[in-house]
Write a protein that binds this ligand. Sequence first.
Ligand code: SF4
Length: 291
Amino acid sequence: MPDLLEPPDHLSFSQCTTLLNELPYGCAQKWAFERIAGIPWAPSTAMAVGSAFDDAVTRLFHPRTVRGGDASVPLDVEGALRELEVGVNAVAMNWPEAATERVTDVLGPTLVEYARLHESTPALATQQDLTWWVDGEIPVVGRLDRLDRGRVITDLKTTGEAPKLDKDTGECLDRRLDGWRLQLSFYALALEAEVLEAGEEFLWPVSGAMDVVTIRAGQVKPKIDIIPVELTADLAEQAKEIVRRAWRVSRSGIYPANPGDPCGRCPYTGLCREARAVETVPFSELWSRLS
Ligand code: SF4
C-alpha cells in the first residue's frame, strides 16, 4: 500500500468546491483520490483546448498589460492566433483522436471576435497568481484570468454549453452563475488583501465579469457572452466560510463520497466503488479496499 499524503498546506477555489459535498459537483472522496492518495489525472481534451485559448488570450492582451493597462495600445491579434495554433497542435499531438481540426475552425474566428469585443478593455494583468488568507491562518491560492484598470475582475471560461440568458433582458439565468460569483469573490478577496497591504482603501462591491466562450465542433458563428457580476461583501463572507468548512474537511481524514452528479466529470470513476453505492469511508480504509 503506498503512503498517503498529508493534506496540502493551502486551498484553491476548485479544491474548496470539490471538498464540500453540499456544493454542486462536490465530492470529498474525489479530492482525496488526488490530494491524499496522490493519484494524478490527465486533463480532458476540452480542458486542454480551453487552456490553449487562455494562453492565446494572454498573448492578445500582452502589449497592453506591459503598458499598465493602456487601452490605446493595439491588441496582439496575430500573435494570439499563432499562440492558439501552437496550443491546438499540442492538443492534437496528445489527443490524436480528438476532432481538433473541426475545433480549430471554431477557435480562430472565436479569438478574433473576442479581440473585437475587448478592443477598448484596459487590461492591467492576466493570469495573475494570487494568495490570500482566511482568518490569518488558511492560505488560499488562485490564478486570476484578468484584472482591468478600475479594479474589474474577469474570469474566462471556455465551455461546450452556452450560458442560459433571458432573451429580452440578457440577464443570466444559468445554473452555473452562483459558482461563477463565488469564484470571482475568491479573486476579489485576494485583490482586497493586496490593496490593503499596499495601504490603500478597498471598498465593496467590486465589479466582476465572466467572459463565457462557447466552443463546439461544427459551430458556425463565434459565441461569446460577457456576463457582469457584482461582488458584494456578503458574497465575500460566504466565500470565506466555504474556505473554513473546506479546510476542516481537508484535515478530518474522512472524505465522504458523493455519488451522483459529480461522477459525470470525475476522472476516478474507474477506481471508485462509491459511484455505485452511497457510503462514508475513512480514506485510509478506502485505499485498502482498492488495492
Ligand atoms: S466517481 Fe463519483 S463518488 Fe466516486 S470519487 Fe468520483 S465523484 Fe466521487
